[in-house]
Design a protein around this ligand. Structure first.
Ligand SMILES: Cc1cc2nc3c(=O)[nH]c(=O)nc-3n(C[C@H](O)[C@H](O)[C@H](O)COP(=O)(O)O)c2cc1C
Length: 219
């Protein structure tokens, strides 16, 4: 079944945020938030992983994966930092065709194989993917919430903190973004699961910042 027949609202050229699940050559499952862009006719799509990501290695070495589509911000928060990921790995289950697992309770799935890997820069590639099967999962209807949007933005910023630890201007930009997201989440999601997820994210970020600011022990 064509992607656009199953997912009728999709638009080409737009970058969508999804969860990519994959598996290593040793059989270790993984899942991480990634951006994706469909081609004009939806016959393929492109992922843009950094070479430092496990997802990149798995996709290149095993050659297949699953796009998990969901509007639930929880997997984006738990998947964006290695420290939080353990909890999310428990939500993986068998897929239909590929060895890579899929994320339970997602709204739709695209199981795919890797067609081509193009070098985009020294630290990033384009992975061209071909869908094998597309099908629906569990529909999740929730009215649009600014807290959800802010939580996704906060997760993107959180995932870049470690990379930019030594680049003060970039780091400041990320922290400002987090502060803006915080103001929205506290205002529109006070006392909610979304505020709890944000608190979890902040705790992990503080840990990363503390680890790097504490002096290394003298030899
Ligand atoms: C919404 C969202 C989109 C992201 N998109 C990408 C992406 O396109 N490419 C990438 O390498 N990392 C992206 N990230 C960051 C990765 O998810 C993050 O670095 C993660 O730890 C990678 O996990 P892995 O090493 O297990 O693959 C994104 C994060 C979020 C929250």
């Amino acid at each position: 079944m064509k992607i656009s027949n199953v997912l009728s609202g999709l638009k080409p050229h737009v970058i969508y945020e999804v969860l990519i699940s994959s598996i290593s050559v040793n059989g270790e499952p993984n899942v991480a938030p990634m951006g994706l862009r469909f081609s004009e006719e939806f016959e393929e799509f492109i992922l843009y992983p950094f070479k430092s990501a496990k997802t990149y290695r798995n996709l290149v070495e095993v050659g297949e994966g699953v796009v998990n589509i969901t509007r639930d911000p929880r997997p984006f928060v738990l998947g964006c930092l290695p420290e939080l990921k353990r909890e999310l790995l428990k939500d993986l289950e068998r897929s239909k065709l590929v060895k890579a697992p899929r994320l339970r309770r997602s709204e739709a799935y695209i199981e795919f194989k890797v067609k081509e890997v193009r070098e985009e820069s020294i630290n990033r590639v384009e992975v061209i993917c071909e869908p094998m099967i597309t099908y629906l999962g569990d529909l999740r209807i929730e009215p649009y919430s600014r807290a959800v949007y802010a939580l996704i933005e906060a997760s993107v910023n959180a995932s870049r903190i470690e990379v930019f630890l030594n680049k003060s201007r970039e780091l400041l930009r990320l922290l400002n973004g987090l502060s803006y997201a915080e103001s929205i989440i506290r205002r529109t999601g006070e006392g909610s699961e979304y505020e709890n997820l944000f608190n979890l994210l902040i705790k992990s970020i503080e840990k990363i910042l503390r680890q790097t600011s504490s002096p290394s022990p003298s030899p």
